[in-house]
Design a protein. Structure first.
Length: 235
């Protein structure tokens, strides 16, 4: 499977611009089987003035953002996995959704451990699980979830071929990559990490999006604000 991660720059409430950026990057190649976008990369995670409330941008699971991601999957004949600020009744979730090349939804995950500034977000109410995508068993976790993942989902990681990890990391970059490499080696699972890049907000921890193989070796790292691609051997 060819896996790609896009390191989108930090934006704030310019969703159409972000979607156009994704379209352009996928269109410029190379072709890929699966592409992962960073956490909250379409709306932005935090504003230049420090605003963190994303509730106003929340949509339903079948809203315009989901439709746009599905259209990208169809247009580029790839599995596309991206962020959704999701509204479900009175609750909002920091979610990730995925679509296959026919535009069908294949993945829906709600971040289980919102970080402290995410007071708008309800903790994800579903257990970790694997989802089969193109014959590959995929697990997913988002950013701060990583600190709890090995304890909460050891059986899921052991059963998975690939862990998708979208993030808007704010700690030292080396901490994130080291933790992901340890997860990969311990559980024999490849990892794709799409992290936000510097943009209208610049903080420590941005950059360094990467693809890690099942042995814990980094197979590809995105240049600043760029893209990383790697072909991974899957069972």
């Amino acid at each position: 499977m060819r896996v790609s991660v896009l390191e989108l720059p930090a934006r704030w409430m310019t969703v159409a611009e972000a979607l156009a950026d994704v379209d352009a990057r996928l269109g410029s190649g190379p072709a890929t089987d699966l592409v992962l976008l960073p956490e909250a990369a379409l709306t932005g995670y935090v504003s230049p003035t420090g605003e963190t409330d994303l509730a106003a941008a929340a949509e339903t699971i079948d809203g315009p953002t989901a439709a746009a991601l599905a259209a990208l999957a169809v247009s580029h004949r790839a599995h596309v996995v991206g962020p959704l600020i999701e509204r479900d009744g009175g609750a909002c979730f920091n979610s990730t959704i995925g679509f296959d090349p026919a535009g069908a939804r294949t993945l829906h995950y709600r971040k289980r451990h919102p970080w402290a500034p995410e007071t708008w977000a309800t903790p994800g109410d579903r257990p970790h699980q694997t989802v089969e995508v193109a014959g590959v068993r995929i697990a997913i976790a988002t950013c701060y979830d990583l600190h709890f993942l090995a304890d909460e989902a050891a059986d899921v990681l052991a059963a998975a071929d690939l862990l998708l990890f979208p993030s808007a990391w704010v700690e030292r970059r080396s901490t994130r990559v080291a933790m992901l490499r340890a997860i990969a080696a311990r559980f024999d699972v490849a990892v794709a990490n799409a992290n936000w890049g510097p943009g209208v907000v610049r903080v420590a921890g941005q950059g360094g999006s990467c693809v890690i193989d099942r042995g814990g070796a980094v197979r590809a790292t995105a240049p600043p604000g760029g893209r990383a691609d790697a072909t991974l051997d899957m069972p």
